[in-house]
Ligand binder design. Structure first.
Ligand SMILES: Cc1cc2nc3c(=O)[nH]c(=O)nc-3n(C[C@H](O)[C@H](O)[C@H](O)COP(=O)(O)OP(=O)(O)OC[C@H]3O[C@@H](n4cnc5c(N)ncnc54)[C@H](O)[C@@H]3O)c2cc1C
Length: 427
């Protein structure tokens, strides 16, 4: 539900509400007109940093993330049930920064002063000449929990979604300790990152229940109708492990009584993985960069110029990765995938490299590839490719193809290893 008060509160952090007059110490010397700061060291930000160094070695590149190490969400569903090596899941930013010649700073960015081109962090301020926002998503619990801070905190703590890198360890511990009963997992309405990911995870959990002979089932409370391929697999191979409730709109959750209500049912659960609706990360709201419709209603996602990837109304701020809003009236959002984030990072880097030399580059279009596992023993995979083209009237069109692969040969790991080598300078 649109909560105008909440939206204005978030937006005002950058406007009159935020005190930019405070004299914060500078974290780095003056930029000399050639500094690019990237906020967010996910696949999008890492790609932007890597490609900027390649395309414009004369620019100073600074990557800021609240964490010291990168954590992979791709492959994480397999990792949760011990089907992917730990080594692929995490790597320090410092090694990548050294290898490619940029600076990595660990800091939480708390505000963005676009007028003065400065970021605020707890350690000080950071000036930029161009900024790339690649801060990912945030969870929006308000449609299910309203403004109940205590309940939101309990859901975050007790029932982590595993859709943010920081939530993965807690979710893995939860699954390892699951002894039986009803484990509930919600699938929120779109847009969400990697839309097949909840279904892939459902298969992994169902397989785990079977393989470990746990007397329990996964109750999938799905806002949509699921995906055809997965629906068949749930019904044919995991009918004792998965109860799939489709078109189930969540109305409320009580984390203390362990209940979830939909339009039709009140479900009791023994444990849960609550994946709530998603929105662009906090910083996009604080920066006043959320797109709104004609009535002023926020979409929840960053308003982007789909030709050049800069923020609407600010050609010094580029947007990369899952936080992007609509790019075409024909299909809406680009898929929120790591592959797409990497491509958008490269395009934003090329834009800034050209602009720093006084040129405007030809607009480029990305593509997306996503590997999703549809079963475990034996492994089966679905590869989803999306391609883009600009129509005569300038609108972007999307073509999506799905390929079923009954005998995958480690393409997902090869894909992740390729990206790790290119972005994280991993051997
Ligand atoms: C379970 C799961 C499986 C997936 N599988 C696949 C797959 O197989 N293939 C695929 O292509 N995609 C997959 N994805 C999607 C993919 O993970 C995302 O699309 C990708 O991570 C988006 O990258 P990003 O750079 O936009 O954001 P993120 O990876 O979320 O990175 C954002 C970064 O910004 C930092 N940050 C945010 N705010 C601040 C701040 N204020 N100050 C400092 N730092 C900040 C965060 O710490 C984080 O490191 C999967 C996702 C999930 C959840």
């Amino acid at each position: 539900m649109f909560n105008r008060r909440r939206f204005l509160a978030a937006g005002s952090a950058l406007g009159a509400g935020h005190c930019f007059g405070q004299a914060l110490p500078d974290m780095l010397p003056a930029s000399g007109g050639r500094r690019v700061v990237i906020v967010g060291g996910g696949w999008g930000g890492l790609s932007a940093a890597r490609h900027l160094r390649r395309l414009a070695p004369e620019l100073e590149v600074v990557l800021v993330d609240r964490d010291t190490a990168f954590r992979s969400l791709p492959l994480s569903n397999k990792w949760l049930v011990d089907r992917t090596p730990d080594a692929l899941m995490q790597q320090d930013y410092a090694a990548a920064a050294r290898a490619w010649g940029y600076r990595a700073i660990q800091a939480e960015v708390t505000a963005l002063d676009r007028e003065r081109r400065r970021l605020h962090t707890a350690q000080g301020a950071l000036g930029y000449d161009w900024l790339i926002l690649a801060a990912g998503i945030r969870h929006d619990y308000s449609p299910w929990l309203g403004d109940d801070v205590r309940a939101i905190d309990a859901v975050r703590r007790l029932y982590p979604a595993g859709f943010l890198a920081g939530e993965l360890d807690a979710l893995k511990r939860k699954l390892a300790g699951f002894k039986g009963g009803d484990l509930l997992m919600s699938v929120p309405p779109p847009p969400l990152r990697c839309p097949p990911a909840p279904y892939e995870r459902a298969v992994m959990i169902a397989w785990m229940l079977k393989a470990r002979a746990i007397k329990g089932r996964l109750v999938l409370v799905d806002a949509g109708g699921g995906m055809q391929r997965f629906n068949r697999i749930f019904a044919e191979r995991y009918k004792d492990q998965i109860l799939h409730l489709t078109h189930a709109t969540v109305k409320a959750i009580d984390p203390f009584k362990k209940t979830l209500s939909t339009e039709f049912d009140e479900l009791k659960f023994d444990d849960a993985i609550i994946i709530p609706p998603q929105q662009a990360a906090d910083l996009v709201w604080q920066s006043g960069l959320i797109e709104t419709d004609a009535a002023g209603k926020p979409s929840g996602w960053a308003g982007v110029d789909p030709r050049h990837l800069h923020a609407v109304g600010d050609e010094r701020v580029f947007l990369v990765g899952d936080l992007l809003g609509r790019v075409s009236p024909l299909f809406g959002h680009y898929p929120k995938s790591a592959h797409m984030a990497v491509q958008l990072g490269r395009i934003a880097a090329a834009e800034i490299a050209a602009r720093s030399r006084g040129n405007l580059p030809e607009p480029a279009l990305p593509e997306s590839v996503c590997h999703v596992f549809t079963d475990v023993e034996p492994m089966e995979m679905l590869r989803i490719d999306a391609q883009y083209r600009r129509r005569g009237d300038g609108l972007i069109t999307q073509m999506v193809r799905q390929h079923e692969d009954p005998q995958p040969r480690g393409e997902d790991v090869a894909w992740a290893q390729g990206l790790s080598t290119e972005m994280l300078a991993r051997d």
